[in-house]
Write a protein that binds this ligand. Structure first.
Ligand code: ADP
Length: 630
């Protein structure tokens, strides 16, 4: 049976009209008020003017008892003192007069030597416009503001949820039909463990009978946990693509609104829509926006709305039967701060970890994103994978795209290794600032020594990551940069942290050695260094005086609390421990750079000359990189 579609034509106010009306209104008022207007005079005065033969025409509106006088141009000068500032109006009428209701125009004008135009009605519409224009403008503006507001609130959901204020509670999720989800597991590189786990979900969606016939229950949800850009959305989409089912996506922050009750009603609506389309996948990105652990402080009303939303989400997940075929996948990078109730059996009872890719996985991700690109012969995927430690899948996709754009800008026929390396630099350090003239020679010299300080200390300390490039070309906010290849270690030892802090301190100490005083260029280094020092003392229990205590807050709930979990005395002790740690780092760094002063100055000199130096240059001056096998 063919479905009849109800097509409604909705009248939409096009808001360019609003501007047009505004401009016309203002124009009208300006034109109307140009120069001096007609002056009020008494009827006796007008009569005298007529008798003097100075009046050209009288316009009389009978019902309004009102007349206007147009003077003869040559006679106008005689009356200039009647106008403010003696300025006669350019436009007629020049005078107006009012008469009483006893006035009999026929009799009065009978023998007067003047042209008379008599009307019964005034130009009502003109007065009306004068009166109505402002209320109309106000109403239009009000409607407009309301529309903007409700647009922001309601958004334009699919499935008919328009942007009106009455649709605030509709879900703003996006639906991709099963035919439009064109992502499959082929497009997801690496992530072996995660893929295997979601493969099970695909199977549930494809053959639910296989599981239910044995009495098993199909899971309702799985939580994808991992840093941003690691492919969580991609994976969820691939599940929908593989199972050939529709895919609903919504972000956790879409539930959070300024209106009470909106979040909960959006959750209800989302699930109602999803159930209609079942079997399907609902993907909630950034679920931590609603799923944060519910606070204990009832008094904080700002949390109530989020809690209502979360409660509704929990209720919905409990409410739909296990066999309804709606599977909820949610993504977050902070599973630790989620409410425990979300992770209970029957809700998001599976956690799938999506981690940053390892060397081999990065190679595969490169291969996925190189598919459509024209690459030169000198390009090696392994080399690029080695040069992108810590990059997420999204970063790698970005590198590939950036390299293609760079090569095109350079009018090349294929993208070569250098384009890729430049793209990596650009993503790590921001865009190169071409006009380096903004750096004075003195600043350039200081920056060269600053970077040389980082590079030399990093090279000579066994735990520090190997430096592979130092550059004096300003990028983003930084005037220079030292790149090192972070090792993919999972456990960070105290020695590593100390060496890392010394490397960061290298820049500041170099400035002190060369200029005799510190400068502001070390801000970012010091910020990171302070972060490491505090985490050593407060989180990792690496300070002897504070002891093996950790004040790390894995639940994230402590942010709402006013009190600290330690005494004032402990706080002071921690501060002094951090201070002495940093002092030790400073002492050590100063010793390294002073002991190797020649080499340090040598590196800075070459850097000033060449602007960019690599590991080979450092090796020539400092010998092979000092390493540890720990
Ligand atoms: P997340 O949801 O984890 O923040 P996305 O799934 O949105 O990340 O990933 C963003 C983009 O990064 C994807 O569209 C894709 O191009 C790329 N990407 C991320 N991980 C991978 C991967 N494992 N394989 C291929 N591409 C990936």
């Amino acid at each position: 049976m063919a479905k009849k579609q109800n097509k409604k034509t909705v009248f939409r106010i096009n808001f360019s009209w609003f501007y047009l009306i505004l401009v016309l209104g203002i124009g009208y008022l300006i034109l109307n008020n140009q120069g001096v207007g007609p002056q009020k005079v008494e009827w006796a005065g007008v009569k005298q003017m007529i008798l003097d033969g100075d009046v050209k025409e009288i316009h009389f509106i009978r019902n309004d008892y009102k007349g206007s006088v147009t003077m003869k141009p040559e006679a106008l000068g005689k009356y200039s003192e009647l106008f403010p500032g003696g300025q006669v109006p350019a436009k007629s009428p020049h005078f107006t007069f009012l008469v009483s209701d006893k006035f009999d125009p026929e009799a009065e004008f009978e023998n007067l030597p003047v042209k008379l135009v008599m009307e019964n009605d005034s130009k009502m519409w003109r007065n009306m416009i004068d009166w109505l224009i402002w209320p109309i403008l106000l109403i239009v503006m009000w409607v407009w503001m309301f529309r903007g507001m409700s647009g922001a609130m309601g958004g334009k959901g699919q499935g008919g949820a328009g942007g009106g204020i009455f649709n605030v509670g509709r879900s703003t999720g996006k639906l991709a039909d099963k035919n439009t989800v064109n992502v499959t597991f082929k497009d997801v590189a690496g992530l072996y463990g995660a893929k295997e786990e979601v493969m099970e979900i695909v199977d549930f969606l494809k053959n639910p009978k296989k599981y239910t016939s044995l009495g098993g229950k199909i899971p309702k949800g799985a939580l994808l946990v991992g840093p941003p850009g690691t492919g969580k959305t991609l994976l969820a989409k691939a599940v929908a693509g593989e199972a050939n089912v529709p895919f609903y996506s919504i972000s956790g922050s879409d539930f959070v609104e300024m209106f009470v009750g909106v979040g909960a009603s959006r959750v209800r609506d989302l699930f109602a829509q999803a159930k209609e389309k079942a079997p399907c996948i609902v993907f909630i990105d950034e679920i931590d926006a609603v799923g944060r652990a519910r606070g204990k402080n009832v008094g904080w009303s700002s949390n109530d709305e989020r809690e209502n939303t979360l409660n509704q989400l929990l209720t919905e997940m409990d409410g739909f039967g296990t066999n309804s075929g709606v599977i909820v996948l949610a993504a977050t990078n902070r599973a630790d701060i989620l409410d425990k109730a979300l992770m209970r059996a029957g809700r998001f009872d599976r956690q799938i970890h999506v981690e940053l890719p390892e060397l081999k996985e990065r190679e595969e991700i490169f291969n996925v994103h190189l598919r459509g690109l024209k690459v030169a012969d000198d390009f090696e995927v392994e080399f690029m994978a080695k040069h992108t430690p810590g990059f997420s899948g999204a970063d790698i996709a970005n590198v590939c795209n950036e390299a293609a754009l760079t090569a095109a800008r350079r009018n090349k026929n294929a993208i070569d290794k250098q384009d890729f390396l430049d793209a990596v630099d650009r993503i790590v350090g921001g865009l190169e600032r071409k006009n380096s003239t903004i750096m004075t020679p003195a600043e350039k010299r200081t920056t060269a020594y600053h970077e040389a300080g980082h590079a030399v200390v990093g090279w000579l300390l066994p735990y520090a990551d190997p430096v592979f490039k130092v550059s004096l070309i300003p990028r983003g906010q930084a005037l220079g940069l030292t790149w090192s290849l972070p090792s993919e270690r999972k456990i960070l030892s105290k020695s590593w942290m100390m060496d890392e802090m010394c490397t960061l301190m290298g820049g500041r100490v170099a400035e002190e050695l060369i200029n005799g005083e510190p400068a502001s260029g070390a801000l970012n280094d010091l910020e990171r260094l302070t972060g490491i020092a505090y985490s050593m003392v407060q989180y990792y229990g690496m300070s002897d005086k504070v002891g093996q205590l950790s004040f790390y807050d894995s639940t994230g709930a402590r942010g709402y609390e006013m009190t600290k979990p330690y005494s004032e005395k402990t706080a002071e002790l921690m501060d002094s421990e951090v201070k002495s740690l940093v002092e030790e780092v400073h002492r050590r760094t100063l010793k390294i750079l002073s002991d190797n002063r020649d080499a340090f100055e040598n590196v800075a000199g070459i850097l000033l000359e060449k602007e960019v130096i690599f590991a080979d240059d450092l090796e020539k001056i400092l010998g092979p990189k000092v390493k540890t096998d720990k």
